[in-house]
Design a protein around this ligand. Sequence first.
Ligand code: MG
Length: 253
Amino acid sequence: MFNQLLLKKDLFAAIIAVVIFSTSCFGQTDAEKSKLTEVWEPVPGVVTPGINNSAPSDAIVLFDGKDISKWESSEGNPAEWKVEDNCVTVVKKKGNIQTKQGFGDCQLHIEWRSPIEVIGESQGRGNSGIFLMGRYEVQVLDSYDNKTYSNGQAGSIYKQHIPLVNATKKPGEWQMYDIIFKAPAFNEDGSVKTKAYATVIHNGILVQNHVEIEGTTVWIGKPYYEKHNDKEPIVLQDHGNPVSYRNIWIREL
Ligand code: MG
C-alpha cells in the first residue's frame, strides 16, 4: 500500500516535470532557442586577405621575387640560386636552399615554374621539391605530358601518396601549391607520438586530402621517422633542373 503510494507520487512528479519542461520549450521564441547553441568566445583575430595570391596580413613573406635573404645554403652560406625577373631559379650544383627560420604546423603558399625548354623525361624533367621540416617532400616536377611513377609526379608526397589528379600546367607557366602541414610529434624516447599530415592544393585543385606522412622522404626504401625539432627549415631542392620559384609566404598555425 505504502509502495503504491510512493509509485503514484513519483509518477506525479515525473508528469509535472515533463509539463514544466514542455511549457518552457514551447514558450521560447526561435531567437531564444538559437541562443542556447551560440558561442561568442573566442573571437577569431582579423586577417586581411592578400590580393591575387599575395600574402595575407599575418603571413611571413619568405620570398617576394627579389629578396632572398630569408634563405641560405644547407651549410649556412648565402643562397646561390639566381634571382632575376621576379623569381629565383635553381642553379645546378649550387645545392638545396633552406629557410633560415624553422617552421612546424603551417600554411605555405609557393609558386613554381618548370623550364619552358623541355629537356629530359620522367624524373629528369623539371624536378625540384619542397621539403617541409627539411624532410617531407611535396614533389615539384614537370608532369605535363610526362609519364613517371605516379607517386613521384607533381603534387605527390614523394614515394608515399599519389596525387588525386594531375593539375599540372604547361612548362613555362606559373603554378601554385597551397600546402597545409601538420608537424609530427615525438615521445621522449624518439618514437612517434603523432605522424605528420599534409593537404596540398595544386593550382586551386585538391591533390592531397589530409594524408598521413609515413616518415622522412627517401628515394630508395621505406620512409621512416626520426625525432627532430618542433620547427625545422623549409628546403627547396636542387635536382639539377632550372625550376623557378616566386611569391612564397607562410602562416604559422
Ligand atoms: Mg623532387
